[in-house]
Ligand binder design. Structure first.
Ligand code: HEM
Ligand code: HEM
Length: 183
């Protein structure tokens, strides 16, 4: 926990870069996930190609998320804004924590679920070793977890974006700069 005198004013630049790379990556990955579900199974191959790309990108995002979490837990971050009520700050903290939970559940459920399917996971063409035997029931449950958490993530990002817009255009308190590059 930071004390007032030691707390930084901005997120450090590593967290800033990871925040924006992951924001772009996760929003694109959510879109790709929803979109690829509608690709017809015929002709064969096209659907699998997009699924494999989604899995490869998802693994990269998962590694970036682990890096971000590790960095976040070992570095100081700004204190909650003083001019907000404690209720507003609690809501923001809850939203951020839930986003972190979703950021973990999405790649883990996708990766574990795919390992329970009959197909091997390919990482940009490289066939990864199968972690365990196919188990359709486990695959089914993890697919559900992946889908539901995907929807929850979209809702949380929507609320997060609305909050950012409110700070920028209604409250005009420059909060966005805390997640910016300039110092
Ligand atoms: C879409 C545009 C986005 C904007 C404008 C935005 C803006 C911001 C801002 C200004 C902060 C700092 C809040 C503060 O100072 O208290 C922040 C924090 C955060 N953002 Fe975003 N964000 C966006 C997208 C995302 C996405 C897609 C995710 C993840 C799924 C995300 C996850 C987070 C998390 C977890 C924090 C808390 C950081 C921490 O304490 O470690 N953001 N965001
Ligand atoms: C950060 C990570 C990820 C995000 C945000 C994400 C998002 C999504 C979304 C929104 C869907 C559509 C859900 C539906 O309508 O069923 C989806 C489907 C899918 N994703 Fe991901 N995904 C991620 C990582 C992964 C990873 C790492 C894998 C596997 C290695 C994976 C494998 C799949 C598969 C196979 C589907 C098709 C539906 C299913 O069988 O579950 N995803 N993903």
């Amino acid at each position: 926990m930071n004390s007032d005198s030691t707390a930084p004013v901005h997120y450090d630049r590593m967290l800033v870069v990871l925040h924006w790379v992951l924001a772009l990556g996760l929003i694109s990955q959510l879109g790709l996930g929803v979109w690829m579900e509608d690709i017809p199974k015929d002709p064969p191959g096209l659907r699998a190609q997009w699924f494999n790309l989604h899995k490869s990108i998802g693994i990269c995002l998962g590694l970036l998320i682990l890096w971000r979490l590790g960095w976040r837990l070992t570095h100081s971050v700004p204190l909650p804004p003083k001019d907000l009520s404690s209720f507003q700050n609690a809501l923001a903290t809850l939203n951020h924590r839930l986003l972190y939970v979703c950021m973990l559940v999405m790649p883990i459920s996708g990766f574990a679920g795919s390992n329970f399917s009959q197909y091997p996971v390919k990482f940009f063409g490289l066939v990864l070793p199968k972690l365990w035997e196919p188990w359709p029931e486990a695959k089914e449950i993890l697919s559900e977890v992946h889908e539901i958490t995907g929807v929850v993530t979209m809702v949380l990002i929507g609320l997060h974006l609305l909050a950012a817009l409110w700070h920028q255009f209604v409250k005009r308190d420059g909060l966005l700069k805390r997640m910016g590059w300039s110092r």
